[in-house]
Design a protein around this ligand. Structure first.
Ligand code: NAI
Length: 296
């Protein structure tokens, strides 16, 4: 089973954080890339953003001028879904909502050819559930990139109940050819990384809730003795407390509310207070102008 050829088009749906990163990866791998968003200006702006990032790579000496110029000719926004008709692979990175994603894939089936691969970048929804109801569910799978997609090598290649092994293999080889480190996995809640990370965050939050140690101390211990690049408090401030809590809730629900995955009350309070992390200026730590961050 060969990878998707460079000459073929990759469509990315959802021009937000992940869509922009995935588009950049596919573009620099040599594909023609079409970016679509339900808000068309976002897709157009994302083309500018990705082009700007490619230019920065040239400025840093990490990409040739000729390669950047060529890449610029291969990246376009699409105003409508029908603009994605030529795609050999579609990667969806829209809002994390089963109903919205299913509706999108049902519409896409009427647009792309039956042998095009359809992939979701979902962090925590079931690939099997997203594929249910499709006319050709065999070509549907998860391609879970990590943020920031251009920098982080890991991609979970997730097979649902109906995924054709040949489709998963094709996606795996394609992503491998993009210089990523794909890993095959099945459709269990949270896949590999987001599931294993749940107890990591939960235990850190529990130590804090039990007044065992403060967030800065726990982070410092894990960084300096545990070899982690970031502690759990710093990392969830970067991810966003709302986003991180939503993944925990999804995994907890999927395991029939197993106590092993119970969300944290302290994190709930942060979300309720609007202390979402770096993006809101305050999370476990303050990030206000001039503040030393991270600090307890
Ligand atoms: P985002 O909020 O930055 O971007 C989502 C984009 O999708 C927005 O531009 C929005 O206008 C567009 N959109 C919403 N509904 C749409 C529809 N029906 N059709 C077309 N476009 C639509 O979201 P982000 O963070 O990029 O996440 C996207 C997906 O990637 C989610 O499934 C998320 O769980 C997953 N993910 C997110 C990661 C992260 O760190 N942010 C990491 C890995 C996966």
């Amino acid at each position: 089973m060969t990878a998707i050829e460079r000459a073929r088009t990759v469509a990315v749906i959802g021009a937000g954080t992940m869509g922009q990163g995935i588009a950049q990866v596919a573009l620099l791998a040599g594909h023609r890339v079409r970016l679509y968003d339900s808000v068309p200006e976002r897709a157009r702006e994302a083309v500018q953003t990705v082009t700007g990032r490619v230019e920065r790579l040239v400025a840093k000496g990490r990409l040739d001028r000729a390669e950047a110029d060529d890449a610029a000719t291969r990246l376009e926004s699409a105003e409508t879904l029908t603009g994605l008709a030529s795609a050999a692979l579609v990667i969806e990175a829209i809002v994390e909502d089963v109903t919205v994603k299913r509706k999108l894939f049902a519409a896409l089936e009427g647009v792309v050819s039956p042998d095009a691969l359809l992939a979701t970048n979902t962090s925590s929804l079931s690939v099997t559930e997203l594929a249910a109801g499709l006319a050709h569910p065999g070509r549907f799978l998860g391609l879970h990139f990590f943020n920031p997609a251009p920098l982080l090598p890991l991609v979970e290649v997730v097979s649902g109940h109906a995924t054709d092994p040949a489709a998963a293999e094709r996606a795996y080889r394609t992503v491998l050819g993009w210089g990523k480190t794909p890993v095959r996995c099945a459709d269990t809640p949270g896949f590999i990384v987001n599931r294993i990370a749940r107890p990591f965050y939960a235990e850190a939050f529990a130590v804090y809730e039990e007044q065992g140690a403060d967030p800065a101390t726990i982070d410092a211990v894990l960084r300096e003795s545990g070899g982690f690049k970031m502690g759990p408090f710093q990392l969830t401030d970067l991810i966003g407390q709302d986003v991180n809590e939503a993944v925990t809730r999804s995994v907890w629900d999927s395991f029939f509310r197993s106590p092993k995955f119970t969300p944290s009350l302290a994190q709930r309070r942060l979300v309720q207070a609007g202390r979402l992390g770096r993006k809101s200026g305050h999370g476990w730590f303050p990030y206000a102008e001039g503040a030393e961050a991270p600090a307890p």
